[in-house]
Design a protein around this ligand. Structure first.
Ligand SMILES: Nc1ncnc2c1ncn2[C@@H]1O[C@H](COP(=O)(O)OP(=O)(O)OP(=O)(O)O)[C@@H](O)[C@H]1O
Ligand SMILES: [Mg+2]
Length: 397
């Protein structure tokens, strides 16, 4: 077994020059085995730790492969699809009851064998996890592997509604603070409970005060973790000189802003008081009008001085690539090993200069980037420095 890694992000130094990932050992896949996973009945793939290009026609199985890799870390994978949907099915045949994804990961302290799967033959169906020879939980995978992904669905992130952007940010926080997810669900549950009391006209002061106390505690912890991540991302974004547009992030939220001005305990008091004062208004509005469930992630193009959401399609994509690379850099520093980078159709919308800047950056980071595309030509600058695989009809050559 390997020691559990401390997953607290390293605080960047005052000069802004923290240790670069170029010297960080790689966390990379050595071997991948798929059984009955999506369109792969059986696949074994042995790869080196350099970046990989997966090229092939639509429907070949490129995204499915990235999705399989994304299931080797806690969470629901890059499509967040139901587990049963991932079981191999062919025309005229029922879906297979089980699927499995297994990989040998080159780890800082040696290799580790990770596996995850779905057993639909038992009631209730369950997800299985294996770490070396032992059964484990999805959460336990965090100690052995991390992954950062980018999918075409994320292309509109900066234009989408805040309801998309806030969970996106929270998933990033979750990579550093696994407890962030349970805090958010506890917070949401308390929020619903309080609203029900208010709308039902239950004026039990002690009960409401107890819920608000809890909301204040959880809300401040949630906002503080977001603030911390955004500050660290900004620090990495400012120090990485690239040919990408300069990007600056900010959190728009009452509690996040209060935390910039006062200590956490004082902010807890302030949030609790604000909730108590807003009971009548919340009851009338049918929702809670104050708290970090309303916060948004703002991104600004530093050169233009306007929101990234106003930028061109390609500029937005470049900003997103830059953001995810900064996140990967932070993860690498915190964990002492590079995460897997799963970038689906990464070159779409990027011009030659942005592509070249992206390729230079991943080579510099020494990260195992898995990149897909329908055309191999756009990856030509990586020739000799990446592994080129062709995917056709679930077969990889
Ligand atoms: N459970 C499943 N069983 C069998 N095939 C599946 C399953 N789920 C999805 N597929 C099929 O897998 C194929 C490959 O999908 P995938 O998304 O990996 O394609 P892709 O190579 O990324 O294509 P594109 O270039 O269009 O993005 C698709 O034809 C899809 O219909
Ligand atoms: Mg695809």
């Amino acid at each position: 077994m390997f020691p559990l890694r401390h997953t607290q992000p390293a605080v960047p130094t005052a000069g802004g020059h923290s240790e670069s990932t170029a010297t960080t050992p790689r966390g990379s896949v050595a071997r991948l085995d798929l059984t009955n996973f999506r369109n792969y009945e059986n696949l074994r793939l042995d790869v080196a730790s350099s970046p990989l290009v997966l090229a092939g026609p639509n429907g070949a199985g490129k995204t499915n492969l990235l999705e399989a890799l994304s299931l080797l870390v806690p969470g629901r994978g890059l499509r967040r699809a139901p587990l049963a949907e991932m079981a191999y099915r062919s025309a005229g045949e029922a879906a297979r009851p089980n699927w499995a994804v297994a990989a040998r990961i080159r780890h800082t302290d040696g290799d580790v064998q990770l596996g995850t799967g779905f057993d639909g033959a038992v009631t209730p169906p369950r997800r299985t996890v294996r770490i070396n020879r032992d059964n484990g939980t999805p959460a336990a995978l965090a100690a052995y592997a991390s992954a950062v992904w980018l999918t075409p669905e994320m292309d509109r992130l900066f234009q989408d509604a805040v309801a998309t952007r806030r969970p996106f940010l929270d998933r990033l926080v979750f990579g550093f603070h696994p407890e962030h997810a349970s805090r958010i669900s506890a917070y949401d549950q308390a929020r619903r409970e309080r609203l029900k009391l208010l709308t039902d006209g239950v004026h039990d002061q002690a009960w409401l005060a107890a819920i608000e106390e809890r909301l204040a505690e959880l809300g401040v912890a949630i906002a503080a973790a977001r603030n911390e991540l955004v500050a660290q991302l900004n620090s990495v974004l400012a120090e990485t000189a690239t040919d990408f547009p300069r990007l600056a992030l900010a959190l728009a939220g009452d509690v996040e802003t209060w935390l910039q001005e006062a200590r956490a305990l004082a902010v807890e008091d302030r949030l609790r008081d604000a909730l108590a004062a807003s009971r009548a208004a919340d009851a009338q509005a049918g929702r809670m009008l104050v708290g970090p469930h309303r916060s948004d992630l703002r991104a600004t193009h530093v050169g233009y001085g306007h929101p990234i959401g106003m930028c061109s399609t390609g500029e937005q994509k470049a900003a997103l690539v830059l953001l995810m690379l900064a996140y990967a850099e932070l993860l690498a520093r915190a964990r002492g090993q590079t995460p897997l980078l799963l970038f689906d159709e990464v070159t779409a919308h990027l011009d030659g200069a942005h592509r070249a800047a992206f390729f230079a950056r991943i080579l510099d980071m020494g990260i195992q980037a898995w990149m897909t595309g329908t055309e191999i030509g756009v990856f030509r600058e990586l020739r000799g420095r990446a592994q080129f695989l062709t995917v056709v009809n679930a077969t990889i050559t």
